[in-house]
Design a protein around this ligand. Sequence first.
Ligand code: KG4
Ligand code: ZN
Length: 336
Amino acid sequence: MSSVHPIVLAIETSCDETAVAILRGNELLASEVASQTEHQAYGGVVPEIASRNHLLHAPHLLESAVKKAGIELGEVDAFAATAGPGLASSLMIGASIAKGLALGFAKPYLAINHLEGHLLSPFFTGDFEIEPNVSLIVSGGHTLLVDVRGANEYRILGRTVDDAAGEAFDKVAKMLSLGYPGGPEIERCALSGDAARFDFPRSMLDSGDHNFSFSGLKTAVRYQIAKLAAISDDIRHDLCASFQRAVVEVLVKKTLRAARECGAKLVTVSGGVSCNRVLRDQMSDACNRAGVKLLTAVPELCTDNAAMIAFAASLRLNAGFESDVTQEIDPNLALA
Ligand code: KG4
Ligand code: ZN
């Protein structure tokens, strides 16, 4: 290592965000993200377009990250990339670049699980100590409750049986002709809405397990829209607020129940949906009432980024782990 605080460069290309970050110790030297808007017209991420864009964006993001960090590529102590879960043709790009750099500079390579990146992101500003917690990972692709005993000690408690919460936000936004990604659009639209106007289902709230389901809620919104003669701005605001309240209520109640069952003193929430102010506020109130601490990541680290991958890689590097460059990407890579 070139210093007591190793420099880690990480690349994230699991879906449609191309991201490069450079971390020295817990000091974030650079975090570059290029989002792709081309998919909007297709109503979902097109793998072929995503991978072409990763190839296009990665070189200049690498260049600008290194420039912003004020370092030379040769000073990097380890190269990391997201190895899964995600789209195979997207994962391949970031992993191939990181492996090439690791081989070229004769430095370690670290294959990182995208979900572990999200899960650890609330600890980013801390001192690399991962306290036991119950973690809610809530994004466009995943809704997962995890019993975290420490870094790399994970037990899945439950997950969505159909749509992810973020996916439901995106689909409902589309029904209401709002933009993509739908989460921030719905949150904005809900601001002046009446959350009690429509009584949408809280699916699996009392299922007795830690799983989620958001597909029925999405369908209930669709039926409600079909029943309404016209969608005025006021109705749109109320639909968004009522939908958001239903999602948030289920996420908060089921997370707190899991925390209680596991005897957790800390709850963490990560992933794109954890940018949502209503979710953050309600989770915070519920944790206060239950006497449990809450840790969330700063909003820039909630949506897909490479800083969280660099952080997870640093923790692994400090613990003496590295991956073999022959390690393949795995679109279905499991967290535990
Ligand atoms: O973590 P992320 O960037 O990507 C995945 O790993 O999936 O999460 C993206 C998801 C999208 O579904 C987006 O609509 C949702 O996070 N999202 C939000 C908010 N900001 C992003 N959902 C609700 N409220 C928000 N403010
Ligand atoms: Zn993600």
